[in-house]
Design a protein around this ligand. Sequence first.
Ligand code: GLN
Ligand code: ZN
Length: 772
Amino acid sequence: MIAHNLGYPRIGSHRELKKACEQYWSGKTTFKNLLQVGKNLRQENWLLQKQAGIDLIPSNDFSFYDQVLDMSLMAGAIPERYHDVILNKSNVELDLCFAMARGYQKDGLDITAMEMTKWFDTNYHYIVPEFHKNQSFKLFSTKVIDEFYEAKQLGIITKPVLIGPVSYLLLGKEKEEGFDRIDLIKNLLPVYIDIVKRLDKLDVQWIQFDEPFLALDLSEKEKKAFAQVYNEIRKEIPSVKILLATYFEGLRDNLAIVKSLPVNALHIDLVRDAGQLTPVIGAIPERMMLSLGVVDGRNIWKNDFSKSLTFVEKAKTALGEARVMIAPSCSLLHTPCDLDLETTDTILLPEIKQWMAFAKQKLKEVVTLKKLSLPETKASAQLQLEENIKAIESRRTSSRIHNPTVKQRVAALTDADAKRQSTFTVRKKKQQDALRLPLFPTTTIGSFPQTIEVREWRAKLKKGELTPQAYEQHIKAETEKAIRWQEEIGIDVLVHGEFERNDMVEYFGEQLQGYVFSKNGWVQSYGSRCVKPPIIFGDVSRPNAMTVAWSAFAQSLTRKHMKGMLTGPVTILQWSFVRDDQPRSVTTNQIALAIRDEVVDLEKAGIKIIQIDEPAIREGLPLRKADWNEYLAWAVKAFRIAASGVKDETQIHTHMCYSEFNDIIESIADMDADVITIECSRSQMELLDAFADFNYPNDIGPGVYDIHSPRVPSKDEMVYLMNKARAVIPAEQLWVNPDCGLKTRHWEETRKALIAMVQAARELRTPVAVSR
Ligand code: GLN
Ligand code: ZN
């Protein structure tokens, strides 16, 4: 039996990599120092895994930026626009890597960065490979070989990790028409073969090929590519042991492909799909070992040993002990580094902490599970098993987690709770009478620039250098300034600016029961950027109103409508570490009820327009299309539960950004928000065609400018875009707004852009000046 790991977090337990990279980028440290930080991190991680008792330790899981980008560099898939960067003598390979990831403005060059997108359904973002017709590949970066060699010098024979060739191509994008990137496989394969041969010469034993696409829907052509690739590699290098890693979903119909591949081991994710164990055991041929992904690589909960052992037992009985491997479900990249660093009891209560495991602790779990599965070592791990059983039992029965009132309330939900009192047509009329808004009403998405001062106040409050009263005074003054300014330039529906919020999920998490926060639970999001997701550990409830005081204060300062601002239940769920002891839908409904109470309280406090943001609704979609409907049904319902406690006159907005909405447009309509503000400007309103084709019934505010750029759009541009919108959607349905919150912008460009936006709306109104 082998205990192995698929990948370890590379940021360092104190985010050493982030700091070193950022210092290098700003010229504060040398290239040599940066390399040294990387080297230290790799060594630390290898030794840590060795000491933990991991038999097969991964290498090439380290990256200064992103493992997909590393793969592009390895295969020489370097877009032409970076060729000048390579030629520049003072640059090294890593500079090229950073140029591709971040763009390059130096030596008179101005080269844009490559696109970045989400790694499957995680919050990790990778750099999207760019492909051209008949593209050729050539080994460029030898990173994987260098790192294998580096570990070997330390006496560790690692298992190099490579993104498998099929998945690598599928992760990329065709940059011109008229070809299918999967057809590039014949050009790409020689590079992989070259690499494997070189590793073979260095006496590599195992190589891990990550092929996560085997857990997704595949076309026939894509399916065929797998056989071609692995047969070819096997033919060229018969001796190397290949571990084929799949994760994030079950194999389902793709098991038929996998079982015939000439690989030595198959890794499956039993956290996401435990049901696949039986069919996989029944299907794989004798030459194949089976790696059981039992320790959750995507979450922070302690493994339930008793449950995992039943899986191991089953595999052992069917395949024999020698063919079984134990591992985390996927790379540990997606978990924070080390629970031992959480020492401040006030942040993570000891009772809750004992239910958790971060990456370092998960390594131990894998090793302990192996010990418990072998008769000769079983006794030595008995104590750990007993402790584990106790911890699992304590979590199962803890009164901190279980709140009967919340559970009853969710159980008692009916369809009527997810329905507004009247249909949209009736509501629209009543809202027009109540709100008296002009045609093409203007609004913003919620946040205004969070200046250095605002951030400093919050930092000082945390450190105790500012009293809560003084902090509040500052924020109030900032809010009032924002309101006065919106009045002055003539925005129709105002926002208070969200200055009191650090983050749109954390702000609510901090006020909800059932949430905890780690002090150091950082996870890489992209490059040097890390996030610290809040943790939902128990039944969620709202002990007190969360935003009412701020919204009521803001409304008291103006006679214009002040929009209440909330984060929706699906987004709150999506951006947190969630419970694994109940379905996500149940947790979402608990959050939905908390938000519903907040919506009702805002209405009571005199707020007539309330926005419930759901930017993450699209990214929560399951990886397999067959599972979409089930998810969309509960996600939409949760939004409706949150939104439906108010009277017809109260106008509910929602906001979404940065995803493809075309394929879920019906579900978006089903959310039945009175107004949706949505990202559109980057796609030049193309998205609106979907809304028009579908005949989207409610009101829409297609974002008229891209807030992710400091560029100030002109009034004419915005009029042009809105006219495009008006061509496909009746004017009576249209709102005018930016495409997202303005938090990351500076006041200077924000002022100019919004003044132009209001002017644009005024111009749009003139030819058909009808009152709304
Ligand atoms: N109301 C939020 C804001 O303006 C929405 C942010 C988002 O869409 N991600 O910041
Ligand atoms: Zn947004």
